[in-house]
Ligand binder design. Structure first.
Ligand code: HEC
Ligand code: HEC
Length: 456
């Protein structure tokens, strides 16, 4: 008997000792952190050799602090003087500054850096305006490399597009989906309609995407998530050719697969367990119908499941992201030159996906358009939600509100800055996601619910 026990222990111990999902998570986040798709001199890039200026800045130590101007103005996450998601790619004897996925798809919450979290401050509109201006001067200086002009002109077109006020984001932390949509018009030589919608959204979290994609990509769930083509649409917008994308499509598809390995970040502070248990009961009654259950495996890791799609007339949040989905757009998507890998799953009625709430503590400001600063506000009557709030240093510890879960309130002195979220702006309304069952929630109930959400 003793022998048998010993044998079982020897056989099963390694299984317990080795946390396979944790290991895969580490590998996957590392690979994603280094990912960019610059290829054959095309992709999300700035003018050749301009990246050397940044290298000099690093050496002298100007502007490269964690909370320095690169972060304040452009929302780029800086850690140990390195900008996350900015790469230096050699091409034909030049050094090209290239943007990778984690420029948008990594971020900070409560002072922690998390790969797969959406960047709360990224401001590609501001990057585009500033970079195209600086590049005008850079391009005027003589450059010897015969390929310089071609790459420079393309980078100019890319950054001017990012900064085009008709299409680009108006507030930090929002990305205009209009950038991507505009490619479908451009590639067919169709002019953008006069009432073209920006459809600004926050960058979504990526953990659980392996299951989420089965019910559709994006906030609207209308991207065919089984194919990997949508992830590369941003490169096409930046001047990549469909033929080149075909050559490296397998790498993209593989990259999307490892997003499924990401684990959600655990809440970094203490949780009151009895309060959380009370909150779990309220969750089951008022939330689970849409957001589903959140079970864990034996190692305590999330068991990810697909998400539900909720019609706009039920959820009643800002409609601009969905108003952008016109018949003309669907027609253009269906004839795009990569229509075997970039496809829509058109719904009969538009709506938003009710996302799984894993790691929700880190995903503020809430809703697809980042219009609600805390969970407490999201559980309260929309008329009482803050109309303006500041995104300054949004991912730092001193901006983290443990009680209401989300952003602390600070006085918004610079009311016109791109760091101030104004819910009166088009596409930035904080309405909706308020149901009959929410009206009965007392202050205590809301705090209990919040305590439960911290466990996810
Ligand atoms: C400029 C910022 C930006 C960059 C760079 C970027 N993304 Fe995204 N990504 C977004 C935004 C914004 C969305 C949400 C769009 C929507 O819902 O309409 C998104 C959505 C996604 C989704 C769907 C997530 C979901 O929940 O349905 C995937 C997958 C994805 N991106 C992968 C990538 C990969 C891979 C790269 C690198 C090639 C990349 N992204 C680069 C901003 C970016
Ligand atoms: C009728 C369906 C429905 C119910 C009930 C519901 N939700 Fe939601 N929830 C959604 C949808 C859909 C979204 C996304 C809406 C959007 O982004 O515009 C959402 C978004 C959220 C978000 C923001 C997610 C993010 O990434 O920003 C949180 C937090 C949330 N819900 C919590 C709750 C809680 C807690 C309850 C219960 C008290 C609840 N929800 C009840 C459908 C629902």
């Amino acid at each position: 008997m003793k022998k048998f026990l010993l044998l079982t222990l020897i056989v099963t111990l390694p299984l317990f000792a080795q946390d396979v999902r944790q290991e895969r998570h580490v590998e996957a986040t590392k690979a994603f952190g280094n990912l960019n798709f610059y290829y054959k001199g095309r992709g999300m890039a700035i003018s050749p050799d301009m990246i050397r200026l940044y290298d000099s800045m690093k050496k002298i130590g100007i502007g490269t602090g964690d909370l320095g101007p690169l972060y304040q103005r452009w929302g780029m996450i800086v850690q140990n003087k390195e900008i996350k998601g900015l790469f230096n790619e050699p091409y034909e004897g030049m050094q090209v500054g290239v943007m990778g996925c984690v420029a948008c798809h990594s971020g900070k919450a409560a002072g922690q850096f998390i790969i797969g979290l959406g960047n709360k401050n990224i401001d590609v509109g501001q990057v585009g305006m500033d970079a195209s201006l600086a590049m005008k001067f850079w391009g005027a200086v003589p450059h010897n490399n015969p390929k310089f002009k071609e790459l420079h002109d393309r980078a100019m077109e890319f950054t001017q597009g990012l900064g085009n006020p008709k299409i680009s984001n108006e507030t930090q932390g929002l990305v205009s989906t209009g950038l991507i949509r505009s490619w479908f018009y451009k590639i067919q030589g169709v002019t953008l309609p006069a009432d073209f919608k920006k459809g600004q959204v926050k960058v979504p979290h990526l953990w659980g995407y392996g299951e989420k994609r089965k019910s559709g990509s994006f906030w609207d769930g209308e991207g065919n998530g089984e194919l990997g083509g949508w992830a590369i649409a941003v490169e096409l917008y930046a001047g990549q050719t469909p033929e080149n994308v075909r050559e490296y499509y397998d790498t993209v598809h593989k990259a999307e697969n490892y997003l499924g390995e990401f684990l959600s970040p655990n809440y970094p502070f203490t949780i009151e367990r009895t309060k959380a248990a009370a909150g779990e009961k309220i969750y089951a009654q008022s939330c689970q119908g849409c957001h589903g259950d959140h079970m864990r495996d034996l190692e305590g890791h999330p068991i990810y499941t697909a998400s539900k799609h909720i019609k706009l007339q039920v959820i009643k949040t800002d409609s601009e992201r969905l108003d952008a989905l016109t018949d003309q757009l669907y027609d253009l998507i269906s004839i795009n030159p990569l229509n075997d890998v970039i496809q829509s799953w058109r719904k009969t009625e538009h709506g938003y996906v009710a996302p799984k709430l894993w790691g929700i503590w880190a995903r503020f400001p809430y809703l697809h358009n980042a219009s609600v600063p805390t969970v407490y506000d999201l559980l309260s009557d929309p008329t009482s939600r803050p109309k303006k709030f500041s995104l300054k240093n949004a991912g730092e510890k001193d901006r983290f509100d443990e009680t209401k879960l989300g952003l602390t309130k600070i006085s918004t002195v610079d009311l016109v800055s791109r760091r101030v979220y104004n819910t009166q702006k088009h596409g930035q309304s904080n309405q909706g996601h308020y149901f009959e069952s929410f009206k009965k929630l007392t202050h205590e109930n809301k705090l209990e619910l919040i305590e439960y959400l911290k466990t996810l």
